[in-house]
Ligand binder design. Structure first.
Ligand SMILES: [Fe+2]
Length: 244
């Protein structure tokens, strides 16, 4: 199974609004046209890993889903710290996008973990989500967790200041479940790969802009990115595409 991962689109209620002088709608439009030109990479669908909206408005979700639905691919989303869950749920119903719970195929299970924590920029994994891990103890498939926040530091202080607050505890539980081979997330606005023994964390670049790697202050790069993830019984492969 093959999925396109699009993350952190940060769309506003109006098409011409900018975030750090970058028009997030235009950046997503460019990503969508590029994916269209690549014949959608023959993928099975799209994983949208949170921060779909910047302002949480209904209009922003309608704009985002209406643009993404041009790809005519099944859309599966999770929400991020900037999102307003009620509004995504209403909008996604109109555009037939589905809140990701779990997807299975080719010896893999992709399991959504909610890392959001009230109105905070940082994340936290609550007891319900922790319990999802224990249920994977006897899993005979390879598991990838799909979340918004990064559970371990990636070396860019600006975003490491708002990672999963109880990340150490979460990763201890993850380490006890052999089936979990991969964690994919968004939030960090950049591609990072962290190998922890058999387990890998792969982050997705944002569709709207990247934070400069290693920065502790606001420094943006007006580059869009997305990933293609291919899962098979042999393992997984990923490819990152940047549009400059
Ligand atoms: Fe975020």
């Amino acid at each position: 199974m093959k999925y396109i991962q699009v993350s952190d689109t940060h769309i506003f209620s109006e098409k011409d609004k900018e975030l750090f002088n970058i028009n997030t709608y235009a950046m997503l439009e460019r990503v969508v046209s590029y994916i269209q030109s690549e014949n959608r990479h023959d993928s099975d669908g799209m994983l949208i890993t949170g921060d779909i909206s910047q302002d949480g408005s209904m209009e922003s979700y309608d704009l985002a889903f209406s643009l993404l639905s041009k790809l005519s691919l099944p859309m599966f989303w999770i929400h991020g710290n900037h999102d307003v869950l009620d509004n995504i749920l209403k909008s996604s119903e109109k555009y037939h996008a589905e809140r990701l719970s779990r997807l299975d195929g080719d010896g893999w299970g992709l399991v959504a973990i909610d890392s959001t924590f009230g109105n905070n920029d940082s994340g936290s994994i609550n007891d319900n989500e922790m319990d999802k891990l224990s249920k994977l103890a006897n899993e005979n498939k390879q598991i990838s967790l799909v979340m918004h926040h990064h559970p371990v530091r990636i070396g860019t202080p600006l975003v490491d200041a708002c990672n999963v607050e109880n990340g150490e505890e979460f990763m201890r539980h993850v380490g006890e479940i052999d089936a979990i081979k991969l964690i994919i997330c968004g939030h960090v606005h950049g591609e990072y790969n962290v190998k922890m023994g058999e387990l890998k964390l792969e982050t997705c670049p944002a569709a709207c802009f990247q934070w400069k790697k290693g920065t502790a202050v606001v420094e943006t790069e007006a580059i869009s990115g997305y990933k293609i993830l291919e899962f098979s019984t042999q393992g997984h492969q990923s490819q990152t595409i940047y549009l400059r």
